[in-house]
Design a binder for this molecule. Sequence first.
Ligand SMILES: Cc1ncc(C[n+]2csc(CCOP(=O)(O)OP(=O)(O)O)c2C)c(N)n1
Length: 549
Amino acid sequence: MYSKKDNIGTLTALLAGHGIRHVVVCPGSRNAPLVHNFSVCEDLQCHPVTDERCAGFFALGLTLATGEPAAVCVTSGSALLNLAPAVAEATLQHQGIIVISADRPAAWIGQQDGQTMPQQDALRPFTACSVTLPETEDAEGRWYVNRLVNEALMKVRSEARPSVHINVPISEPLFDFSREKLPEERAIRYVPSVCQEAMLTRIVGRLTASGRPMIVLGQLDGMPADFQTSVERLSRQLPVWGESLSLARPIPFDKMLALADEKDDYRPQLVIYAGGTLVSKALKTYLRECGDTEFIELSPGGEPHDTFRHLTEVYDMDVRKLIDRLDRLASQQGAQYFSSDREYLSYWSEQEERAENIIRNKFRPGYSQAMAVRMLEDFRTGEVHYANSNAIRLGNLFSRHKNHCNRGINGIDGCISTAAGYAAASGKPEYCVTGDLSFFYDSNALWQPGPGRLRIMLLNNGGGGIFRSLKGLETSPVALTSVAGRHQTSAEGICKSYHAVYLKATDEESLREGLDRLFEESEDSVKVLEVFTDPEEDLRNMRQLLSMT
Ligand SMILES: Cc1ncc(C[n+]2csc(CCOP(=O)(O)OP(=O)(O)O)c2C)c(N)n1
């Protein structure tokens, strides 16, 4: 029988799942449930050592002899600190060990309770990963514990072989050993970059064997010139999904997934994903709901991102290599090489076409932000710098080229300054679309001596439009004021101060004229077209687009 504690069960199952065999165990009451579990688990072999200083080095010896990282489990308090010399030695020898420390619940830290000190990060300089497992029983909490343990156990096998620290708060009662079985836990495998050729062969094999493969690309910049053409060719053989932050032919997911009634019948079986963040919530929700799908991430450096909650493997690899290989194979091997399920491929390309048709041909927006961005995109064929947050969502729906946006942290700060830096280097007019709060927040971008030839379309609807689409927020009396930052500011004065050309739109006609002037060839350094809209109209137009069939 095992400990009743969920976090201890998950940790025990994953140690076994990751092929850890040896655990050095030290005496103590707080860590007794851990020691108990490790001793009962048949896949683990326990080695009792009393002095923690010796125990750490004992684990190093086991690691050296077996070539596999060994673990050492200690109780709370100074027991953990006594592992420091061995942990440092193991890390600097590139023979990392796994430190498992029992801890008190966070509420008791610093309250003069016995054997209690801040334990998270206590060995930080000598551990490459330090996690504290929450005591939680809900589904998200269990996923979180699983992910944290996986991250630590992948890190200890990464190329530098550093030590890692797993800190386990355990509240009382400590000694309930009534769980019959360990939980079934997903282990995420880390595949190091030692042999890229073998990795490629393996991934290609997995893709061709899967009836419903898919590639999903998050934000990607700095790809070589032929990347987009390879993706384009490849997407005739299997779905390659991406937004305007990765693809020159972005898929309008918010519209496409709203349309695709049978999407649950056409779930991918295998998803290879790479790149940074995705903007579309609809896309993330859909992929997260694909519970039976296998997810593999390509992550240069091997850092895992469990964006869709079902990650099983992480390859330390650049996606360019895979796209290049797949493109070559696809053109050598002929039209049906990758996707064995033709219905699946045609279903998704039909949904994409339907969405495109609605966005481009059927949708007739009234005067609103949707109209402004669609009109700008009718003029523009090259990249646009979109700000957070509604601006990039509109850009993802209406543009047919690659775009830029600060989606690393999604800040509204610095969107214009980033575009200004880009323009200063490119020497060309750079187009930027921003909401009003983002513009006023970062208006000092125009103050700099050389902001480059920026062409800014400022979507001014008097506050953070994104907050109007958050269901439930409208019931708060401060939703529009304190949350959405309602205001009546115009950019006219700022433009005058910074000698920027100021243009203004208040209806369809002035919008069209303003865009004509924005796109006019001229040497003016900065032009700003301020498009005033009614936020209720903005929302109504977007709702209309998303409900059209
Ligand atoms: C530095 C920073 N502060 C606050 C936020 C939270 N936030 C996200 S979107 C948003 C509103 C942006 O409003 P606006 O620029 O008008 O764009 P819209 O949402 O209307 O597109 C805010 C305040 C943030 N992302 N970054």
